[in-house]
Design a protein around this ligand. Structure first.
Ligand code: ZN
Length: 475
């Protein structure tokens, strides 16, 4: 395909997405209005599935034992490109689409991470590529992965374990944010555990010698980990929360439990540190004459970056247009006011970009990756996907400048304002998937980089052996 043909193909992809604007915006709004938390996103999942079925995709749901996980495929020829869409909400984040803190229902969930836009934006990209395959302008297949439970439980890890990504050549994905940039960095791998200690209850004053305190074990375990902390690599993170510390001061606690998260840049390091934490739990049980049960509840890989795909994404950002209507611009300005000083957030940008963003409500000009060679202090289940197939990632500006994820402002922006960035993301995804289908060299380059970066590390699912996500999450 000549460069000129490729450019006209991309313009037609953008035109398809523009012609579907109302349908996509309505879907994003519907999901925003019925926020559902991890593993319970049945309506949101069905909302996306129904559009894909209408478009002629083959849809298979319930992937890897997760009811809301699905794979929608169009075409049965090689090459195969994919994109992912998340759609879970966050507990307690309920908020109206207003520029002041105002929950729809206090304590109810809300889309604080913009996943309503995430799912529909990726779907828009898949839909445009599907039309191009249908019209004979592209050869190959396109797959949309409906990936639930990103915020808790790691839905993608179950999909990976079920082999959902096995026959895909490359995947392009995004996440809402406040600027437009490809991702070139990584993040932390992690393991999650619940440690439950069993002792003996007894009257704490009358017969303490008959009791064995499970809470003592939790306290000693936490103290042991605090002493361990000095001797772990700087980038490692260990956090805990006591889930059950007994029920009354005059009863020796017979049962107590604590939840742990162990994170580090390398998967191997996480496993080494997790083993150390488990040894400390066993030692605390020995000291207190209690029994300890360790349950691993989740595990994730860090992201394996792919610069070949990030560069293709960056180039397509220059071709995709970003347009805000007057109403969106006005709401962005009102919302930006409520954020106050965002100097800390601006620090992610280069000096010249910082100047341009400082006085803007929305920063829509694409910029280069801000995370090159950086290991971000977060974890995502996209990491496991990136260890199984070359994955290109980017962020798009759905929120006003400096908006933190998981804030009420992010929820408010996700209802309507954020659909501008969502459409931009759909364009970038469609154009990059088209590049991957049309350009054998790009596919080969992305694959070679994947092989080089993953060399010497065999991917093994970090999930506990027979993990049932519903059991682990409803703990
Ligand atoms: Zn998110």
């Amino acid at each position: 395909m000549t460069t000129r043909d490729r450019e006209s193909l991309k313009r037609s992809l953008f035109a398809t997405i523009e012609s579907e604007r109302d349908r996509l915006k309505t879907a994003a709004r519907d999901i925003w209005e019925s926020p559902e938390v991890a593993f319970r996103e049945s309506e949101s999942s069905e909302r996306l599935q129904s559009i894909l079925r209408e478009e002629g995709f083959d849809v298979e749901a319930g992937i890897g034992g997760v009811e809301t996980a699905f794979v929608a495929r169009y075409g049965d020829e090689d090459p195969v490109v994919g994109t992912m869409g998340e759609f879970d909400a966050l507990p307690g984040m309920s908020q109206r689409a207003t520029a002041e803190r105002d929950p729809v229902e206090p304590g109810a969930p809300g889309h604080g991470c913009g996943h309503n836009l995430f799912g529909v934006g990726s779907l828009g990209g898949a839909l445009a590529v599907k039309r191009a395959i249908e019209d004979g302008r592209l050869d190959g297949s396109v797959v949309f992965f409906g990936t639930p439970a990103e915020e808790a439980g790691g839905g993608k890890v179950y999909m990976v374990r079920a082999g959902a990504f096995d026959d895909v050549d490359a995947v392009v994905s995004w996440h809402p944010g406040w600027y437009n940039a490809p991702n070139k960095g990584s993040c932390l791998a992690n393991d999650a555990f619940t440690f439950t200690f069993e002792g003996e209850t007894s009257h704490a004053a009358a017969a303490p010698e008959a009791g064995r305190s499970a809470l003592d074990a939790v306290q000693l375990m936490n103290t042991g980990v605090e002493y361990m902390r000095e001797h772990v690599p700087d980038a490692a993170r260990i956090h805990y929360a006591v889930q059950n510390g007994g029920s009354a001061a005059n009863v020796v606690p017979g049962e107590a439990s604590v939840e742990y998260l162990v994170r580090a840049p390398e998967r191997e390091e996480v496993e080494r540190l997790s083993e150390w934490v488990r040894d400390i739990a066993d030692a605390a049980a020995t000291m207190t004459r209690t029994d300890c049960t360790a349950t691993k509840t989740a595990g994730l890989y860090g992201v394996l970056p792919n610069h070949s795909l990030a560069d293709a994404i960056r180039a397509n950002m220059e071709q995709a247009e970003f347009s805000l209507d007057d109403e969106q611009a006005a709401f962005a300005a009102d919302l930006r006011e409520t954020l106050g000083d965002v100097e800390g957030a601006l620090g992610e940008l280069s000096e010249s970009d910082r100047e341009a963003a400082r006085d803007a409500a929305m920063f829509t000009r694409p910029v280069d990756a801000t995370d090159d060679e950086i290991v971000g202090s977060y974890s995502t289940d996209s990491g496991d996907v990136s260890w199984n197939v070359p994955l290109g990632r980017f962020r798009a500006a759905t929120w006003p400048v400096g908006t933190p994820a998981h804030s009420w402002q992010a929820v408010a922006a996700g209802a309507e304002l954020g659909t501008a960035g969502m459409e931009f993301a759909a364009n970038v995804i469609a154009a990059t998937m088209a590049d991957l289908l049309a350009d054998d060299d790009l596919r080969a380059e992305a694959r070679a980089e994947f092989e080089r970066r993953s060399a010497g590390h065999e991917y093994e699912s970090p999930l506990p052996g027979d993990a049932d996500p519903y059991e682990l999450v409803s703990r």
